[in-house]
Each structure stands twice: as C-alpha cells, then as structure tokens.
Design a protein around this ligand. Structure first.
Ligand SMILES: [Cu+2]
Length: 501
C-alpha cells in the first residue's frame, strides 16, 4: 500500500512539473522570443556558477571530513618501510591532477557564465595555434615523465627480492577458494618442498613432501604474526583460481597465481599496539567498534591489521580474511615456541609418515634439550626431590632385539658424558628395563646387556668405569601398564640414576 502511494505521488509530481513548464512556455511566448532567450541564458549561467562554488565547497569538505579514514593520511600512514614511497607517489599524482582539476573546472563554469548568450555576440574562431599546442602537449608530457620516473624508482625498490644470504623471515601464503594457508619454516628457517601430486584434502593440503626434512618443523598459523623491524618475504601461491595477497596497512598487494609463485618482501615498522595508540589520538576512532552495542570497546582498541583477498575469486571471496599481528621481536620469538609443527602434530607415526616408528632429527633434538634440563635439575644441590635424580633416557635407541646402540643414541650419550666431565664426583647406576612381551629370562638378560652397552660407550669415551654401576631389571619394574603398546614402549627403557655427585 505504502509503495503504491509513493508511486502515485511521484507520478503526480511529474504531472505538476509538466504543467508548470507549459505555463512558463506560454508566458515566454507572450513576452517575446529574444527576451526569453536572454533571461534563460542569464539564469542558466548563474546556476552554473553556483554549482561550481557548491561543488568545490563539497569537494574540500569531503577531503577534510574523510582525511583520517583514508590510507596514507591521519593515523593510517603506512605501517611498513616501503609504504611511504607508495603513499608519496599517490600524493604527487594527486597534487598534479588536483591542479588540473581545479583550473579546468573553474574555467569551464566561468566561461559558461562570461560568454553566455547576448544578441549579436559572435564566436571567435581560432583554427590553429602553435604556441598553445606546444604548451598543452609539453606540460603534461613533462609531468608524466616525472611521475613515471618516480614510479619506476619506487617499483624497483619495492619489488627487490632478498639477496642471497640476507637475513629475513620466509613465510608462504597459499590461497584457495576460500581460505589462506600461512606456513612458517620452523626452527630451520627453511620451508620444505611441495608437490601438488601429494595434496590430500584434510591431511596434506599443501602437498608437502615428508621425506624432505625441512618440512618436518614447518607449521601453519591461524594468524599472520610478524616481528616489528624484521624483513619478511612472503611467497604467494594459489591452488585454484586467481587470488591476491593484500595487506592494506602495509601497502602490500600481490596476485596469487596458480602455477606461478609470486612474492613480496617488506618490513613492518609499527606493532599492532603502536598502530592502535596512533588511532587513539583521533576522534574518528573513539566510537564503539560494534555500532549496535554502545558498550563495545572503542574502534581504536578493537583495531587489527588484516589480510584480505583482493581478487573477486568467487562467492565466498569475502571470507578470505585473516588477522595480522605485528609484535616486538621478543614476543615473536615467544610466539614461535608455542607453535607446533604440522608434521609432528598431525602426520608423525600415521600411515602418511615415511619415518613411522623411527627416530627423527627434530625429536632427538627436543628430547636432548629435555634431557639437559632434567640433568641440570637433578644435579642442582638445592633440589631435595630425590625422584628427580632418576632420569628416563628416552633418547637411547638399540637395534631391534639386540644390545647394539644405534647411531641416534649418540646425542643423548654425549650429554651424559659431558655431565661426568662437569661433575668429577658423579656416580650413577644405569639400569635396563623391558616390557612383558616374550620370555622373562631373555628380557632380563637383554636389559642387563643394554645397560652394560651404555656403560661401555661412556667408558670408551674416557669416563672412569668405576663411576658407573649397571643393572638389568627385565620386566620387574614397569612404570606403565603393559596392556597397550604405548605403555609397553614406555616400559622398554634405560634409566640413569644419580647416586652421588
Ligand atoms: Cu580469493
């Protein structure tokens, strides 16, 4: 009903306007043609002048009103090292185009007013003028050369790749409909190789080759976390259609193309918190972040940098948003330690794992670190907890069913050797334990032999054998139930008990 009334009102308004125009025409006819042409030219030209003034006033008002919302102005100055060069290019281009814009528009409306219709006025016709041609070709050409040269210099600076051996953080961003995968290289600072034929939905989204050791510590992050002041190289790939890696606050934008890896190198210069403090100074960012909830935190406080896809890649395009966090280098290091390698958390010892059941380098290293800290705790004179003096040597490996130490054990054995060197009075008991599988007697003998093998290794490496006693307990001292393989694996162990030091 309401819409019907609106439609009828609009039709009625048209009818009224047509009627007014008709009355006007008849009135003009009575007054004479010449007179009516002069008055209409007068009113039209004045109308154009008024439009010129109102238009410029709103242009200036718009610039001032939105200044603090526009990238490059107010608090939204670039948060990356190269961003200033891009902003300055925009400003220089705007400077020249605004000059032309102002001159053209004033001239346009002023001419319409100044040379409005007058009886007997003739148009001046200039067929050709060399000087004018020269000016309006030469000046724009000169300005264009300045802009292009400035642009080329900025482009070469911004698009420069990292030099060989230059310190930087490598991150890989893989786009698909409709998500990003953000892969960090882990402790080795190197991303592992991929092969699209290895892609398995839900298991190996990127097609990482687990035979490449560099892949084993790579981790995927939910947010793009970056340290302030460190050079970052993002390698950008797409798995299906065109996407674009866009970090507006850092002036970073690069297409993600299927089949052609692209990259962008940049250095963040402001932490998220610093950017928020900058926003806090402006009244535009004081209001509630959620317009429907007046008690929500202010806009500046809720601010986050973001990663967006800047290519219209499909109907879920809008959902390709990820938060970006810039933190201090110390906070970044701390964050790194909380991230878990994708291989270790999702692939290790599954059917996908080529090293299933075998020790691998990164595990050995992390176990070695654990052993070192457990040793330090055990050899701390202020520590009265006797249980801490018995260490479980998870990192000692033997060939299956024998007492031959495998090569992977060396890392742990050398830590023990160092402890003997550091504490000359150290005396220990090394004991072997087994699970309940197989013959009890065989297990007992094997556990004795394995403890003795550890002793022999240390003796061969210069440790006085009188400091080490050995024992084999077979299956008599389990630490877990032997029901499940997990428990049995824990019961098959070598213990290192500190007697005195
Ligand atoms: Cu996209």
């Amino acid at each position: 009903m309401t819409s019907l009334i609106i439609i009828l009102s609009v039709i009625l308004l048209f009818v009224v306007l047509i009627q007014i125009a008709k009355i006007y025409e008849i009135a003009e006819e009575i007054k004479g043609e010449e007179y009516s042409e002069i008055t209409s030219a007068d009113s039209n030209s004045k109308g154009l002048l008024i439009f010129c003034v109102v238009f410029f006033a709103s242009f200036i008002w718009g610039c001032l009103y939105y200044a603090n919302y526009m990238l490059g102005y107010g608090p939204l100055k670039s948060a990356s090292a190269h961003g200033g060069a891009i902003d300055s290019m925009f400003n220089v281009t705007a400077f020249f185009t605004i000059i032309v814009f102002v001159i053209c528009h004033i001239a346009l409306f002023w001419f319409a007013y100044q040379f409005r219709y007058r009886p007997g006025r003739k148009t001046l016709f200039i067929p050709h003028n060399d000087k004018l041609e020269l000016i309006w070709t030469g000046v724009p050409a000169f300005v264009m050369v300045i802009l292009v040269v400035k642009g080329l210099i900025a482009w070469n600076e911004i698009m420069a790749d990292t030099k060989k051996g230059e310190e930087h953080i490598s991150i890989e961003a893989t786009a698909w409909q409709f998500a990003w995968n953000l892969r960090y290289p882990g402790a080795d600072s190197e991303l592992g190789v991929k092969d699209f034929r290895l892609i398995k939905p839900g298991i190996n989204e990127l097609g990482q080759d687990w035979n490449d050791e560099r892949n084993l510590d790579d981790f995927n992050a939910d947010e793009l976390v970056l340290p302030k002041g460190k050079k970052v190289r993002i390698s950008i790939v797409a798995r299906d259609v065109l996407h674009a890696f866009y970090l507006p606050h850092f002036r970073v934008k690069m297409d993600a193309v299927p089949g052609i890896p692209t990259y962008f190198v940049f250095t963040p210069t402001k932490t998220t918190e610093e950017f928020r403090q900058e926003l806090k100074k402006y009244k535009e960012y004081q209001g509630p972040s959620d317009p429907s909830d007046p008690n929500s935190p202010p806009k500046w406080k809720a601010f986050n940098y973001e990663l967006a896809c800047a290519e219209l890649c499909g109907k879920g395009h809008y959902s390709m948003r990820r938060l970006v966090k810039v933190v201090s280098p110390e906070e970044y290091e701390k964050w790194l330690t909380t991230q878990k390698s994708y291989y270790l958390s999702s692939i290790r010892n599954t059917e996908e794992d080529p090293f299933k059941g075998k020790p691998i380098g990164i595990e050995l290293k992390s176990e070695a670190i654990k052993l070192e800290s457990a040793l330090a705790k055990a050899l701390d004179t202020s520590n009265t907890n006797l249980a801490d003096r018995t260490l479980n040597l998870n990192n000692i490996y033997f060939e299956t069913g024998s007492a031959t130490l495998s090569k992977e054990s060396e890392m742990a054995l050398n830590i023990l050797k160092n402890a003997f060197e550091k504490y000359p009075k150290l005396k220990v008991e090394i004991s072997g334990h087994s699970d309940n599988v197989g013959d009890a007697n065989v297990n007992l003998i094997l556990s004795q032999q394995r403890a003795a093998a550890v002793k022999t290794y240390l003796k061969n490496n210069g440790i006085d054998e009188s400091k080490i006693s050995t024992n084999g307990y077979g299956m008599s001292k389990p630490i877990e139930s032997n029901e499940k393989e997990e428990g049995r694996a824990k019961n098959r162990r070598i213990e290192f008990k500190i007697l005195s030091f």
